[in-house]
Design a protein around this ligand. Sequence first.
Ligand code: NAG
Length: 312
Amino acid sequence: MDGMNHSTVSEFVFLGLANSWEIQPLLFVFSFLFYLAGMMGNLVIVFTVTLDAHLHSPMYFFLANLSVIDMSFCSIIAPKMICDIFKKHKAISFCGCITQIFFSHAVGGAEMVLLISMAFDRYVAICKPLHYLSIMSPRKCLYFLVTSWTVGFIHSLVQLVFVVDLPFCGPNVLDSFYCDLPRLLRLACTDTQELEFMVTVNSGLISVGSFVLLVISYIFILFTVWKHSSLGSFKALSTLSAHITVVVLFFGPLMFFYTWPSPTSHLDKYLAVFDAFITPFLNPVIYTFRNKEMKVAMKRLCSHLGHYRKIS
Ligand SMILES: *[C@@H]1O[C@H](CO)[C@@H](O)[C@H](O)[C@H]1NC(C)=O
């Protein structure tokens, strides 16, 4: 086999989310609406935080960055899936597939590290309020941001280096709606057990590790709030509960993919919908509808816009 171009597979075929034809219009409407709403909601957050000087604090910078990540994440998977829904032959090229895997893991990894940075930000704000501005300096925020993207890209690159060289000699059907790394490995015409183990360790470690770190930091924060309970801690608790909801929704499905022993179940395919469509949509809902400062800023922004329109 060596010496010749041993990949005879030039494209992969998705089976999609559901096979029955009647359900496709419903699937189309739901995924389209969720994608659109997620993009709009996150765009509103980015604009509000960027344009409103009252929101120029680390917490909101992180929030806006999380929105950017969410928009990128759902744009890697959702548009392709939505375009494919009514096609009988849902194909993706080899390069397209590798690109999808690369960016979904890179952006996903960046999101995990960013969520940890956000937890750290809350820890400093709640447990060391007097030193908040000196600890979370703009330089430190930027450092967190660069770290999260770097970790994401390295995590993704490390896995893909081994995948691009795998021989694919025939089987090319993926029972999924996106290029899913564990499923792709099982199509290769060689023993991929070690590689599968490496992916489980790499992706499993980064997701379970981040999750455990986040849970510990939230328990620590909650404990501190509980010990010095005062009026201000109610506000802290409501912000925290928003963070915890996002974390559980984001990590739950991921940890299931990479650590569940029987990968043949269909459940992971449906759980992937959470990370591809629902979490990116829920983040703005959870953060903006429950956050007073954000709502006030959005009203202010709207009235400014109305004002400009009257002038011009
Ligand atoms: C992301 O975070 C950095 C560093 O805090 C900040 O300068 C930047 O404006 C943020 N990005 C957005 C879109 O708000």
